[in-house]
Design a protein around this ligand. Structure first.
Ligand code: NAD
Length: 245
């Protein structure tokens, strides 16, 4: 069990899916979290769900692809940051032949430029006294291996890995580590709404024969955020049940 008492985290896309669980896990471990999400509805649901952690949580409605919106959210933070989790992400799938500029721009704006905007806006807002500053970014197995219908997503998620390595090099001396996580198939509201045969065929491709629950990603995030992971820098941790083997 990790202890994040007196540690302050920003989780983008923290109001639903994997980000919701990352937020919950930090709160349960005693940390403070600022949830940055653009969905008003998801933010409201998260506010209700996290009511008992009211003294530990802060919310900002923000579009990570929009620099003014990100600057406002950064200015609204009640404390200095120890941990940033770049988690917000979207998909707009189409074959390359059919993919238009709209699908390309939307995914690059949120899943790649969004990380630039958010991390840049927070760089001077990290706790300067801390030697345990963390940038943890959610990539994907698609960023490692590509995927049919996901040129935009693969480009962005590979880009996240390149950014992570560069942050690891540039910021290491300043008390930061930067790491990425590459999830495989994770069960979220989206997969839970799929027909059973689709889920079964996805699970059949995974050596451990099941989809991952959101907790497996949150566990990896908390580990990388912890003091115990202080010598891991610039890594991409696959959390995928061995799907890429
Ligand atoms: P999700 O759709 O359940 O949640 C994403 C959250 O991000 C939502 O609350 C949404 O409102 C928010 N968001 C989207 N665009 C935003 C923006 N521009 N600004 C601010 N907030 C925004 O998705 P998820 O499945 O939980 O995915 C979380 C991350 O994990 C993403 O980066 C995704 O690419 C990655 N991932 C997911 C899987 C999977 O199987 N679910 C696999 C690999 C990687």
């Amino acid at each position: 069990n990790f202890n994040f008492k007196n540690k302050n985290a920003v989780v983008t896309g923290g109001a639903s899916g994997i980000g919701f669980q990352i937020t919950l896990s930090f709160l349960e471990a005693g940390g403070n979290v600022s949830v940055w999400d653009y969905s008003e509805q998801a933010l409201q649901t998260a506010k209700d769900a996290f009511a008992k952690y009211a003294s530990q949580i802060h919310f900002a409605q923000v579009n990570v692809g929009d620099r003014d919106s990100v600057a406002k959210a950064a200015a609204s933070l009640p404390w200095a940051v120890d941990i940033l989790v770049n988690n917000a992400g979207i998909t707009r799938d189409k074959s390359f032949a059919k993919m238009g500029a709209d699908e390309w721009d939307a995914v690059i704006s949120t899943n790649l430029t969004g990380l630039f905007n958010v991390t840049k806006s927070l760089l001077e807002k990290f706790n300067s006294a801390s030697n345990q500053k963390r940038i943890i970014s959610i990539s994907s197995v698609v960023g490692l291996y590509g995927n049919f219908g996901q040129l935009n997503y693969a480009a962005a998620k590979s880009g996240v890995i390149g950014m992570t390595k560069t942050w690891g090099k540039e910021l290491g001396r300043k008390g930061f580590t930067a790491n990425a996580i590459a999830p495989g198939f994770i069960a979220t509201a989206m997969t839970k709404a799929m027909p059973k045969e689709v889920i079964d065929s996805m699970a059949a491709k995974v050596p451990v024969a099941r989809l991952g629950e959101v907790e497996v990603i949150a566990n990896a995030v908390l580990f990388l955020a912890s003091e115990q992971a202080s010598y891991i820098n610039g890594a991409t941790l696959s959390v995928d049940g061995g799907i890429v083997l």
